[in-house]
Write a protein that binds this ligand. Sequence first.
Ligand SMILES: *Cc1c(COP(=O)(O)O)cnc(C)c1O
Length: 304
Amino acid sequence: MKSLDVFRHALTLPSPLVPFEPDWPGAEKVSLYVKRDDAIHPVMSGNKWRKLSPVFKRDIPREIVSFGGGYSNHLHALGYACHQLNIPLTAVIRGNYTANPTPMIVDLMRWGIRICYVDRDTYKKRHDSHYLSELQQRYPDALLIPEGGSQQIALEGVSELVREIDIHVDHLIAPVASGATLAGIAAALNAQTLSSPLQPNPASAIGIGVLKGEGYLESLVENLLPITLDNWHIQHEYHMGGYAKVPHALREFCQQFNETMPFSIEPVYSGKVFWAVKDMLAKSTFEPGAQIVILHTGGLQGAR
Ligand SMILES: *Cc1c(COP(=O)(O)O)cnc(C)c1O
C-alpha cells in the first residue's frame, strides 16, 4: 500500500504560476497570470485535489461514500486517490450508465471503485439528513463526502493555493459551481489582507458562475464561509445557458485557445472563465495596471 507521502510526491505542488499574455484587446493594460492547478496531477483534477486534500491530511478514512454525475471531476479525483491509497470507495452516481459507461465511469471501474447508480429522485436527496443517516447506517465505517467535495474543510485545501502565490494580487478569478473554491479563495485573501493592513487595495476574488444561479451561487458561498466577507463577487453573465451548456462560439473559442496557447482549457469551467476574462478586458472592467491571477482549476478529464 502506498502511503500518503508517496502519493503526494506525484503531485506538482506548489502549482506553477505563469505569466499569460494573450493578444486580446485590453490585455496590455493589466498584468495577467495563470495559476496552473490543472498541472497538479495528470489524472486528478487539481481543483478537486485541493478540496479533498484536508480529508486525507487528517486520519486516513477507512472507507468513503460520495456523490456525483456521470462526468464528475470530483468522483474521478476521489476515485483515483482512493485507488492509490487502498481506501474502499462507493460512488453514488446519478442516472444509470450500465449500458453506456462514460470515460469517467470506465476509469472508476478500472480502479475497483464500487458504483451505485441511483435515479434522479434518489440523487436529489443527497443533502437530505434522513437519507444521509440511512446511508451512514448502511456504511457504518464510511466517511460521507458531499458532491463536489464541497464542505467546510475543503476551504483549507483551497486556501493553500492562495498562499502559494508569491506576487501581489489585485484580483483572483475562478469558476463557481458549488462555491467551495471561491469561498476558500475569499477566506484566504481576507486572511492575507488582515495580516498586511497597510496594503492600499485589498485583493478581491471574482467568481465566474458556470451555471444559471444568480443569488443561489452567492448563498452557497456564504453558507460555506465561516464569517461574512465582502471581498468577493460573482459574475453571472458567462454561464452561456447553464451548466455544461456549450454554445458553438464557446466551443470555437476553446479550440482556438488550445491551438495557440501553451496550455489547454475545456468548455465547462476554464473555457467560460477565460471567455469571461477576455470579455471583461475588452470592457475595461479592471483598473489599469491591475495584477490579475486566473485560476485554472483543471477538469480536462470531463471533456473526454
Ligand atoms: C468542480 C470544479 C469547479 C467548481 O468548483 P466549486 O468549488 O464547485 O465551485 C471548477 N473547475 C473544475 C475543473 C471543477 O472540476
